[in-house]
Design a protein around this ligand. Structure first.
Ligand code: ADP
Ligand code: ZN
Length: 624
C-alpha cells in the first residue's frame, strides 16, 4: 500500500500530553531569580554558622588532621578553607572549621591530600587567584592582544592555530580523579539503563562494533536544571573509566567571531587525542539555537560555532571511542540539524524526581550525615514535591549545618523542616510546590487520560502517569508506549485516541465541577486528529471518501497551491463533521468516566500520594 510518510500519524510518537504553561518565559526568569536567591541563601547559610561554633584552625593543624582522615569536607577558596571535620566519635556532631590564609597559592599537593583523605571526594577548589593584583591588568591586556591577533590571522585565512583558546576553558577530569559512578545517581533507573550502553561502548569500542552494535554518537539529556544531567554524564565517564571533557554552551559564546568555533575544534581535538573519551556540553541551547532566529545581528558568531560543532560531529570517527553527551532544558529551540541522525539522534529525558526518587536522592546525600533514629526520609521526600536533585543535596547540607550550629549530634526532622523553609524562599520554588487544590486537579486530569485510554481498545498502552512537572512545558503527563511502532491506525483507533485526549478535561469536570485552562494541547491534538479524519482519510460518511484541500504534503509552503480547492459549503460541512467526531468522542469518554467513577477516584488519590504510577500500578488499581 502506498503511503506518504506524513500519513504516519503523530499518535504513535510516544505522546506526552501537556497541561500547557501560561507563562513560560516568566517562569524562566523566575527560575534565574530563584537560582540567585538559592545561591545567596546557601552562601548565607554557609557563612552564618561560621560566626560562632566554627573552629579556626591553623593551616599546619589542618594539613595534619587532613592526613589523619579527620576532615569530612572542604571548600578551598582563594584565601580560606572551610568545611566540616569528621565527628570525633561515631555519633558526635560534625564540627565546622575554617582555615584562613591570605594569598594562598594553588597547592597541587593540597589537592592530592584532599583527594586521598576526604571521603566521597567532598571537596571543591576554586582556582587560585593570580599571584598579585598588579599582574591582573597587564595579563588581561596581553590576552586581549593575543586574541585580536589570532583572530586577525584566523580571519585572513592564516595558519595560526587558535587551538589555545580551547585549552583554558574546558574542565577535564582524568580517568581516575574525581570518579563518579552510577552509585551516586539516585532515582534515574531508566536513564541509567539507557546510558549503560554508552558505557559498554566506551569500555570496549572495538568489541561493540564487531557485534554490530549501532554506535551512539551523540546523546542529548533533556531535563530541568539540577536534575542531575551533569552528574549522569560524569558517572558515564566514571563507569567507563575514560577522561571527561566538559564545557558549557555559554563558554562558547564569545565576543569575538571565530573564538567559539576555535574552542569547539580544540575540544574535539583534545578529546580525540585521548580517545576513548567523553565530551559533555552543558547548556547546548546556548550554541545550538536554530540558526537565523532571534533579534538583531551578532548571531554570526553563534552560527559559526554551531556550524563548527556540526562539522566536528560529522567528522569524528565514532569507532575511535569518542562520545558526545549534551544537556539542555529546551530541546525544542535546538537547530534541527543538531538532532538529525548521526548527530544528537538519541534523547533521554531526565525527569524531576517523584516521591520515591526524592527519597533515594536524600538517602544518597545523607550517607555521610548522622541522622536521628526517628527521622523518616520518606516523610522529608513527601514534604518536598518539586525539588530536584540539586535542591535535595542542598537541603541535606543545610540541615546538617543547622544541626551543627545547634550543637546536636544528629540531624533530625526539625532541621530538615527549617532547611525546606529556607530553600523554598525563592519565588519559583514556591510556585513549583503546587497548591493542594491544583495538585488534585492535575491528578484527576491525568487519571482521566489514563482511565479512558485504558478502557478502550486499540489505544496505545499507558506506560506512565505523572503529576511531577516535566520541563517547563508540562504540569503533568501521561506517557503511552506505542505498540510495536504501529504504522496504521484504524478509524476506531483514531476515535479512541480522541477520547483519551478529552479524558483529562472531562475528568476535571466530573470530579471537580468544572474544567480548567490546562488543556490546550489536548484539545489541539484532538482537533487535529478529527480534522485529518475528515480531510485526509475519508472517514466521514457525510463527506465521502475524498481527500480535501489537495496534496498538502507536496505543496510548497507559501506556494500558489495553498488555495483550498473546495467550496464554502463544503468548508462548513467539514467543520460540522469535525465537530461531530469530537462531540461523539466526548460523550463516549464521559460515559466511561462516569461509569468508572470509583476507579477514577482511586487513580487520582494514588497519584496525589505517589506522584507517578507505572503500568503495573495501573493494573493493580484497575483490577476490577
Ligand atoms: P544538572 O546538570 O541537571 O543541572 P547537576 O548534575 O549539576 O544537575 O546536579 C547538581 C547536583 O545535584 C549534583 O552534583 C548532585 O549532588 C545533586 N543531584 C542532582 N540530581 C541527583 C540525583 N539524581 N541523585 C543524586 N544527586 C543528585
Ligand atoms: Zn491533558
Amino acid at each position: 500500500m502506498k503511503r506518504s510518510p506524513t500519513d504516519r500519524f503523530p499518535l504513535s510518537l510516544s505522546l506526552s500530553h501537556a497541561l500547557s504553561h501560561r507563562t513560560r518565559r516568566g517562569r524562566r526568569n523566575l527560575g534565574l531569580l530563584a537560582t540567585a536567591v538559592a545561591v545567596a541563601l546557601t552562601a548565607f547559610a554557609l557563612s552564618a554558622p561560621l560566626r560562632s561554633p566554627v573552629r579556626d584552625l591553623p593551616y599546619g593543624q589542618f594539613r595534619k588532621r587532613l592526613a589523619e582522615g579527620g576532615v569530612a569536607s572542604a571548600r578551598v577558596g582563594p584565601t580560606s578553607i572551610e568545611g566540616r571535620l569528621a565527628p570525633a566519635s561515631p555519633g558526635a556532631a560534625p564540627a565546622l572549621y575554617r582555615v584562613s590564609r591570605l594569598g594562598m597559592e594553588h597547592d597541587e599537593d593540597l589537592i592530592r591530600l584532599l583527594e586521598a583523605h576526604v571521603p566521597g571526594g567532598d571537596y571543591d577548589a576554586e582556582s587560585a587567584p593570580s599571584p598579585a593584583w598588579a599582574m591582573a591588568l597587564p595579563t588581561a591586556m596581553f590576552l586581549m592582544m593575543v586574541a585580536v591577533l589570532t583572530l586577525v590571522v584566523a580571519r585572513s585565512g592564516g595558519v595560526g592555530s587558535p587551538l589555545a583558546f580551547g585549552k583554558g576553558k574546558a574542565r577535564v577530569y582524568g580517568a581516575d580523579e574525581a570518579r563518579v559512578t552510577f552509585e551516586s545517581v539516585a532515582g534515574h533507573d531508566e536513564v541509567v539503563a539507557e546510558l549503560r550502553e554508552v558505557v559498554d561502548f566506551l569500555r570496549t569500542p572495538g568489541k561493540f562494533q564487531s557485534l554490530g552494535g549501532r554506535i551512539p554518537k551523540g546523546v542529548l539529556l533533556v531535563g530541568a536544571p539540577g536534575t542531575g544531567k551533569t552528574l549522569l554524564a560524569r558517572a558515564v565517564a566514571g563507569e567507563a573509566g575514560v577522561p571527561f571533557f566538559s564545557l558549557s554552551g555559554s563558554d562558547f559564546v564569545e565576543l569575538f567571531v571565530g573564538v567559539g568555533a576555535a574552542r569547539v575544534r580544540g575540544l574535539f581535538a583534545r578529546a580525540q587525542a585521548k580517545a576513548p573519551s567523553l565530551i559533555f556540553i552543558d547548556e547546548l541551547d546556548a550554541i545550538g539555537k536554530a540558526r537565523g532566529t532571534g533579534g538583531s545581528g551578532g548571531h554570526d558568531e553563534r552560527d559559526q560555532t554551531l556550524n563548527q560543532l556540526l562539522v566536528e560531529m560529522d567528522g569524528f570517527d565514532a569507532d575511535r571511542g569518542v562520545i558526545l553527551l549534551a544537556a539542555t532544558n529546551r530541546p525544542e529551540t535546538l537547530d534541527p540539524a543538531l538532532v538529525r541522525p548521526g548527530r544528537f539522534d538519541r534523547q533521554v529525558v531526565v525527569d524531576r524526581p517523584d516521591l520515591v526518587g526524592r527519597e533515594q536522592i536524600l538517602k544518597v546525600h545523607s550517607r555521610v550525615v548522622p541522622l536521628a533514629d526517628d527521622l523518616s526520609l520518606r516523610q522529608i521526600a513527601a514534604m518536598t514535591p518539586g525539588f530536584v536533585g540539586a535542591d535535595l543535596a542542598n537541603l541535606v547540607n543545610e540541615a546538617a549545618l543547622l544541626a551543627a550550629r545547634r550543637g546536636k549530634d544528629h540531624v533530625g526532622r526539625p532541621e530538615f523542616e527549617e532547611g525546606i523553609e529556607r530553600l523554598i524562599a525563592g519565588p519559583e520554588k514556591r510556585q513549583r510546590l503546587l497548591r493542594p487544590d491544583e495538585k488534585a486537579r492535575i491528578a484527576y486530569h491525568e487519571a482521566g487520560h489514563a482511565l479512558v485510554a485504558r478502557s478502550l481498545p486499540q489505544t496505545d498502552p499507558v506506560h506512565k502517569v505523572s503529576i511531577v512537572g516535566r520541563g517547563a512545558a508540562a504540569l503533568g503527563y501521561t506517557l503511552y508506549r506505542p505498540e510495536d511502532d504501529r504504522f496504521l491506525h484504524t478509524k476506531t483507533a483514531l476515535e479512541n485516541a480522541i477520547c483519551g485526549l478529552l479524558g483529562g478535561t472531562l475528568a476535571e469536570e466530573i470530579a471537580l465541577g468544572e474544567a480548567s485552562d490546562g488543556c490546550t494541547s489536548d484539545l489541539s491534538r484532538a482537533t487535529e486528529i478529527a480534522s485529518r479524519m475528515v480531510l485526509d482519510f475519508g472517514m466521514s460518511p457525510v463527506l465521502g471518501r475524498l481527500r480535501y484541500g489537495g496534496d498538502r504534503d507536496a505543496a510548497r509552503p507559501g506556494g500558489p497551491s495553498a488555495a483550498r480547492g473546495y467550496s464554502e459549503r463544503t468548508a462548513r460541512e467539514i467543520d460540522l463533521e469535525v465537530r461531530r467526531i469530537v462531540d461523539e468522542a466526548m460523550a463516549k469518554a464521559r460515559g466511561i468516566l462516569e461509569a468508572r467513577r470509583d476507579a477514577l477516584d482511586r487513580l487520582a488519590a494514588r497519584l496525589i500520594e505517589r506522584e507517578t504510577l507505572n503500568a503495573d500500578d495501573l493494573d493493580e488499581l484497575l483490577a476490577d
